[in-house]
Design a protein around this ligand. Structure first.
Ligand code: CTP
Length: 346
């Protein structure tokens, strides 16, 4: 039979860890799996509410605060402890909130999830993710570093919101695709031309297209049938001629048969003013209803650090801003997509 913790993890609609000690926060933040609590939390996709209780000094310790930040970035709901008399006889911050308070927070999480689960029901959403590879020869390509994580977070959030979701994945790691909800339909592609074909086909009857994929703007003019060999008698380097790839977003954004909602992504560097101007220009040029403007470089946009996304509408105005984990940003975007679609004339 199934291990007990897996069974619990599977049937839980919500997990509440109460009281959570400094030790349990550290263990959850690190992803330990060597006792019932850590194992169950790790194995479950249910929302998690954590109610810490400990001495003030332990709560305020940088290590604990960093663990709390990590957990919150991953979408765990950490309830702030209250101030008052502590177990040690001291008084200060670190007291467990009243049970009613914990129950209220837990119910809020459940009802938010329940409401979110209908936001996109009956809708079909196409999400492109990853980065295209443009073949040079059978073993070489021009590529980029896009992992596809943001796109998959959006696909998962849309699926949780009840949409029927199709992902067009360019060179996304199989393990990431395997973590998608099972009813998400995945089409794997390699190059920009393949992505174009799949995206046009899949959006024909869709309500929304979200283009998170990093599509190469150029491809080698011709790709060799056979592996390119270097000439041992000659030090010359070959020249690879590039040609423009079609702009998939612009093509669909401007087409008559476009889905009612088209969302593009733009990763920009520069001052606030500069990136807003680039984003506004992109929204207009591509015929997108929204551009998710992602500020990259320095501390945002890469790795495990918070993303900062502004949603620009077709006229370049900031319609919304989301700062947080990729999942939080995805949930915000999905909420915005749902209200946009609901406000269209049906
Ligand atoms: N896009 C596309 N087809 C392309 C290139 C980009 O559909 N051939 C889409 C991307 O999926 C993304 C948006 O267009 O949604 C990004 O626009 P792009 O003009 O490529 O912006 P950047 O790559 O950020 O670069 P640039 O500053 O060069 O315009």
């Amino acid at each position: 039979g199934r291990a007990e913790h897996v069974e619990l993890a599977r049937i839980a609609d919500l997990i509440i860890v109460v009281p959570a000690t400094a030790n349990s926060l550290a263990r959850l933040a690190c992803g330990f799996a060597d006792d019932m609590v850590s194992l169950t939390v790790l194995a479950s996709d249910a929302p998690v509410v954590v109610a810490p209780a400990m001495h003030s000094n332990m709560w305020l310790a940088p290590a604990t605060q960093a663990n709390v930040r990590t957990l919150r970035e991953r979408g765990v709901h950490v309830i702030d402890p209250t101030s008052g008399a502590l177990g040690s006889g001291d008084s200060g911050i670190g007291r467990l909130p009243e049970p009613e308070e914990i129950a209220r927070a837990a119910l809020e999480v459940l009802s938010a999830r329940e409401q979110a689960s209908h936001l996109l029901s009956g809708r079909t959403v196409v999400v492109t993710a990853g980065g295209t590879r443009e073949p040079i020869d059978p073993v070489r390509f021009l590529g980029n570093r896009s992992s596809g994580r943001q796109g998959l977070a959006i696909a998962s959030a849309a699926a949780r919101a009840g949409a029927s979701v199709r992902v067009i994945a360019a060179n996304v790691e199989s393990a990431l695709l395997a973590a998608l909800p099972s009813h998400v339909q995945v089409t794997r592609v390699g190059s920009a031309l393949q992505m174009r074909e799949a995206t046009i086909a899949q959006t024909a009857d869709a309500d929304a297209l979200v283009m998170t994929a990093a599509v190469a703007d150029f491809r080698p003019e011709s790709s060799y049938q056979l592996k390119m060999k270097k000439d041992p008698t000659n030090e010359d380097a070959p020249t690879i001629r590039l040609v423009r790839n079609p702009d998939i977003l612009a093509e669909i954004g401007h087409s008559e048969a476009r889905p009612p909602l088209v969302v593009g992504f733009a990763a920009e560097t520069g001052t606030d003013e500069e990136i807003l101007a680039y984003g506004a220009d992109k929204a207009a040029r591509k015929g997108a209803d929204f551009i998710c403007l992602n500020r990259v470089g320095e501390n945002v946009g890469f790795g495990d650090v918070p993303n900062d996304i502004r949603l620009l509408d077709a006229s370049g105005h900031i319609a919304a801003r989301y700062v947080g984990s990729k999942d939080e940003v995805a949930a915000g975007l999905v909420g915005h997509m749902a209200s946009f679609l609901d406000n269209l004339k049906r």
